[in-house]
Design a protein around this ligand. Structure first.
Ligand SMILES: [Fe+2]
Ligand SMILES: [Fe+2]
Length: 300
């Protein structure tokens, strides 16, 4: 029971924030004539923000040390990136939530005593309902963009990408609710999922940097090729050995350095791009999450 409480809390702390940011990227990416889409994205942003705040409120000490240390929940840049993004996009962000998250500490004892199982399962059901709706919304956007009925500055592949991330979150919540054994997802599936996500981040960064940033574009392109190679190797191998995980970890640790330099350079106005500061921090957190999974051999 304690395991599923902790896993639920950690899942929402990471993914609810990711979802609220996806909603923000969508909201900020529509032209001002698309009032309905902007409002709907804003509603999702608020609902996931509330889910994150409610999780934080009951989280207590129920977060494991490796998760807190990984930089997947907040990074040293998150609060600043939120403030800058709020000023640039006009979309409100509750920065206090991130400041509270910076203060989170692990307190196993409190967690074991806490009779919060019912509250957590309720939170899981609420997340699941929201995710069904958010996935439908993202799919509707993608469909309209493909049929030239809607414009957004977000690439169609970015919309596909954030649909896949929402579906990953939904899968995990469904497993938590069904009380199936936690480790039923095979590790190589997790690795394949995140290697593809990492490859696509490199494509997005490559495409959103100012065309004059030749060296950074080249580096981003190299990362996309490295992840493509990792994915191809995984497909061609009968047995996906530990060597694969080692290679993914080495690559992603290198990638984290690049993403850290990118978010820092964007915030310091040293890098010219059309990347929202919070998007730069968002992809860094996703890399941090993946590194934690690779280092601990966990699938979520
Ligand atoms: Fe994301
Ligand atoms: Fe992503």
């Amino acid at each position: 029971m304690t395991d599923s409480i902790i896993l639920s809390i950690e899942t929402h702390l990471f993914f609810a924030r990711i979802m609220k940011e996806h909603a923000l990227f969508l909201e900020a990416g529509f032209p001002c004539c698309e009032k309905d889409f902007i409002e709907e994205a804003e509603r999702f942003r608020q609902q996931f923000e509330r889910l994150l705040q409610d999780t934080l409120e009951i989280a207590g000490g129920c977060v494991r040390e490796p998760v807190l240390k990984s930089g997947e929940l907040v990074t040293e840049f998150t609060v600043f990136a939120e403030k800058r993004t709020m000023a640039l996009s006009g979309v409100p962000i509750d920065v206090k939530t991130s400041e509270m998250e910076e203060q989170l500490r692990c307190n196993q004892e409190r967690c074991e005593k806490s009779p919060m199982y019912r509250d957590i399962m309720q939170l899981n059901r609420r997340a699941l309902g929201l995710l069904h709706e958010l996935i439908r919304f993202k799919e509707r956007i993608l469909c309209k963009v493909r049929e030239a009925q809607l414009f957004t500055v977000n690439y169609p592949l970015l919309i596909e990408h954030i649909i896949r991330e929402a579906k990953m979150y939904r899968d995990i919540v469904e497993q938590l609710l069904s009380k199936r054994t936690i480790s039923c997802r095979k590790f190589y599936e997790t690795e394949e999922f995140w290697n593809r996500i990492m490859m696509e981040h490199a494509w997005f960064i490559r495409g959103l940097l100012d065309p004059s940033q030749a060296a950074l574009i080249e580096t981003a392109d190299q990362f996309s090729k490295d992840y493509k190679r990792l994915l191809d190797e995984a497909y061609s191998q009968e047995c996906r050995a530990n060597a694969m995980t080692e290679a993914s970890l080495t690559e992603t640790l290198k990638y984290r350095e690049f993403k850290t330099a990118a978010v820092s350079g964007i915030l310091d106005c040293q890098i010219s791009s059309i990347i929202l500061p919070l998007l730069a921090d968002h992809v860094l957190r996703e890399a941090n999450h993946y590194i934690r999974l690779l280092e601990t051999g966990q699938t979520r």
